[in-house]
Structures are given as C-alpha cells and as structure tokens.
Design a protein around this ligand. Structure first.
Ligand code: ADP
Length: 165
C-alpha cells in the first residue's frame, strides 16, 4: 500500500491545497492530510479542530483521504502512519529553500521517508493562505481562492475579525 502525507497549516484551506491533495490521491492508495496543530501565528484565523473539520468537508468526495491533526515531528508521524512519502506543493523558487531543508532533515530523521514535490498548477501559483487572509481582511472577494464548501465559514471568521478590530 502506497501511503502519502500532505502536511500543512491550512489556515484556511485554499483551492491550491485541494488541487495538491486531489493529485496526490491519484498517485497513492492512501493520503493522510496532516494539519499542524501547534500553529500560533498572530494572524491565525482557525483552531486546529476547525481546520481539520474544514479539510474533511472539502475532501469528503475523496475516498482515500483521512484528515488528522498532528504536533511534533513529521518524520515520527510518517513512521506511525507507515507513510512512504511526504507530498509538498511547490509554487515558486521562494518555496524551494525551506522545502529542501525540511526534506533533507526529514530524510535524516527517517531514511525510509521520501519527499515528493508536486508542481503547483499555474492558476494557483500565486495562491497561499496568507493571500486569502490579506485580501479578505482588506474587504476583497475571496470566492475564487477557497473551496465553496468552506467559503461561508471563512467569510464569517474574517468578518468577525474585522468587527472586533
Ligand atoms: P500556505 O503556504 O498557503 O500557508 P501551508 O503551509 O498550509 O500553506 O501549505 C501546505 C502545503 O501546500 C505546502 O506543501 C505548500 O507548498 C502547499 N501549497 C500551498 N498553497 C499551494 C498552491 N497554491 N499550490 C500548490 N501547493 C500549495
């Protein structure tokens, strides 16, 4: 059984994330989407539980996906889940340096674990969770950036942040 992990903070999930998850599903028998629990950026919009719920809604039609929250080392999680590979989306050269460093560190910690880089689709090359937050918090429309299943929840949260500011 070929098993992959797609890790990330997913705050919030974007169409770019879902594209990578869907394409990983076509290549692997089982895909764990691992939500980084310990994510305390000041700009954080959603708790780990909320991010897990949103990913479950967005991946409901993908039968080989399981969503979970994790804390600690990805190399250990991969051992626990018997995963062969970590799949990461690469958008631009700017992603490369940190991703390469993480991949080599994970390989050192867990030599059985391969990191596979998947090229972002050209229409999602610019898209990140930060872009969604920046556009939304400045009153822009985010409907083209996030999956329809969670659009209402993301808009509501952005509106409540704006109201409390
Ligand atoms: P972000 O960079 O949007 O905050 P995460 O840290 O949650 O996202 O990223 C999780 C994974 O998804 C990373 O491998 C990242 O490179 C990938 N990813 C994020 N956005 C895109 C996108 N638009 N296209 C392809 N891959 C992406």
């Amino acid at each position: 059984m070929r098993t992959a992990i797609c890790p990330g903070s997913f705050d919030p999930v974007t169409n770019g994330h879902i594209d990578i998850i869907q394409r990983t599903c076509a290549l692997f028998d089982r895909v764990y989407v691992a939500v980084l629990e310990n994510y305390h950026k000041p700009s954080r919009l959603f708790s780990a539980g909320e991010r897990v719920d949103m990913l479950r809604q967005c991946s409901a039609k993908l039968p080989n996906v399981e969503v979970l929250a994790y804390d600690g080392l990805l190399a250990d999680l991969a051992r626990e889940l018997k995963a062969n590979a970590v799949v990461k989306g690469l958008r631009a050269v700017s992603d490369f340096e940190i991703e390469f460093q993480q991949a080599l560190t994970n390989k050192q910690l867990n030599p059985q674990l391969e990191t596979v880089f998947m090229t972002a689709e050209s229409q999602f090359m610019y898209l990140s969770s930060s872009v969604v937050k920046q556009v939304g918090l400045h009153g822009g429309t985010i409907g083209d950036f996030v999956p329809s299943e969670i659009l209402g929840a993301v808009e509501d949260r952005i509106n409540s942040v704006l109201r409390s500011a």
